[in-house]
Design a protein around this ligand. Structure first.
Ligand SMILES: [Zn+2]
Length: 420
């Protein structure tokens, strides 16, 4: 699903034609600049192993397609000709949509991964798929003048807190939203006219953190997000997002952490998300969601919750934090033993829990996991904060363009990536 930088040469080099090589190299250069930010031509040559004249040709072609632009380096004190800086062109952009139980968030994300605009539209009740579609379409319609005149939109990525079939963006089951078999990608495509892809929010978060955030440079990463809709997970292994047969892999929120626990909405007993929950933290701290900035909490900042918990002198709050860290460490121990990740990235209220006692969580995981996989694992908070799901969902929409820049970008505006 995610386009990490492709290999420089096709895997079957004997069958590689010039066209395929050119396509692969264009994809490589565009992906590198998109994911890593500005690079000089010399850096691109060094990272890709391509010679500088080939890099110049490729960046020139991507410039003609208006996907990259170059700036001159100014004066250089080093010997030799200074290398121009290559930047992603944010005028090519993707839209992102994230339906949650109390809001629909819509974002505009430029090539290069920068969030240009983010609009959170609160809802009075849990939105149905049709209501989420209507709100997303209305907000996008309100931006339409700007989108049509300033941006080239590659499509829409939807981050859904639930199980999403990768093939067609059908939400098979989103328990907190109460959605069953909702063809959300098709619905939003019909309502907006843009091509639309949908995937599980935590899987998209894992990809976002891997490519742009705290997981940058990792190859084996576990991402866990705690939101108002429970706990979702995404697993990157060997640089690839683990999808499973139908795209449902990574549901760590429904792994067993307490065999004497309560029944989860999924039907099982003692799931991680029944023991480790934002609501239980709010209850312990005597906080009401209404009194907090919902944007921060849902989006992953959680600053106010963190401040309230950190400042509390109530021993019941400390006990609840300890209890949740204990159960979170059980789930992480299991994941470390099974997956041997290099890095664990925690988002949403899980980042808040972690920040309250970073050493305690790491120690608990290290103490209980097997010595081998536990030795080198790093646990950290997500780096992209409230922009994470916008960036992750946009990446889904960018993936066709990144895989084949010339074919996708050459299409007339409005038809971009429509059959990618
Ligand atoms: Zn469950």
């Amino acid at each position: 699903m995610f386009v990490t930088e492709p290999p420089i040469f096709g895997s079957a080099s004997t069958a590689t034609t010039n066209d395929q090589t050119r396509r692969t190299n264009l994809s490589l250069i565009l992906s590198l600049v998109h994911h890593r930010g500005s690079l000089t031509r010399a850096e691109l040559a060094r990272v890709t192993g391509l010679n500088r004249s080939t890099v110049a040709t490729l960046t020139g072609q991507l410039g003609e397609l208006e996907l990259l632009y170059e700036t001159s380096p100014g004066t250089s004190t080093t010997v030799g000709r200074p290398s121009s800086h290559v930047h992603a062109n944010p005028a090519t952009a993707a839209l992102a949509v994230n339906p949650e139980i109390d809001a629909i968030t819509i974002g505009l994300v430029g090539l290069g991964g920068r969030v240009i605009k983010r609009i959170r539209y609160p809802t009075q009740r849990i939105p149905s798929a049709q209501e989420a579609t209507n709100i997303a379409a209305a907000v996008i319609d309100g931006m339409r003048g700007e989108l049509d005149s300033v941006y080239r939109i590659v499509g829409v990525g939807v981050a859904v807190p639930g199980l999403v079939r990768a093939e067609d963006g059908l939400v098979t089951y989103a328990p907190h939203l109460g959605w069953n078999d909702e063809p959300i990608a098709r619905m939003i495509a019909d309502a907006t006219g843009y091509p639309v892809w949908a995937a599980n929010d935590a899987s998209l978060g894992a990809g976002g953190e891997l490519l742009f955030g705290a997981g940058r440079g990792s190859i084996d990463l576990l991402y866990l997000n705690g939101g108002s809709s429970g706990i979702g997970g995404g697993v990157v292994t060997g640089g690839q997002l683990l999808t499973g047969t139908d795209g449902y892999a990574g549901e760590l929120g429904h792994t067993l952490v307490n065999s004497a626990g309560v029944r989860c909405h999924c039907g099982a007993i003692g799931c991680l998300e029944t023991e480790v929950s934002r609501q239980r933290l709010l209850d312990a701290a005597g906080l009401d969601v209404v009194g907090l900035d919902g944007v921060g909490l849902d989006g992953g900042d959680g600053d106010e919750l963190e401040a309230a918990l950190a400042e509390s002198r109530d021993p019941a709050v400390g006990a609840e934090v300890d209890r949740q860290i204990g159960f979170l460490s059980v789930a992480l121990r299991n994941a470390v033993n099974v997956l041997n990740p290099e890095r664990i990235v925690l988002g949403g209220f899980l980042a808040t829990l972690h920040s309250l006692a970073p050493e305690r969580l790491a120690q608990a995981v290290r103490a209980d996991a097997l010595d081998g996989p536990a030795h080198d694992v790093h646990i950290s908070a997500a780096g992209l904060g409230s922009n994470l799901l916008m960036i992750g969902a946009a990446e889904l929409a960018f993936s066709g363009l990144l895989a084949d820049p010339a074919r996708v970008a050459a299409k007339p505006s409005g038809l971009l990536a429509s059959d990618a």
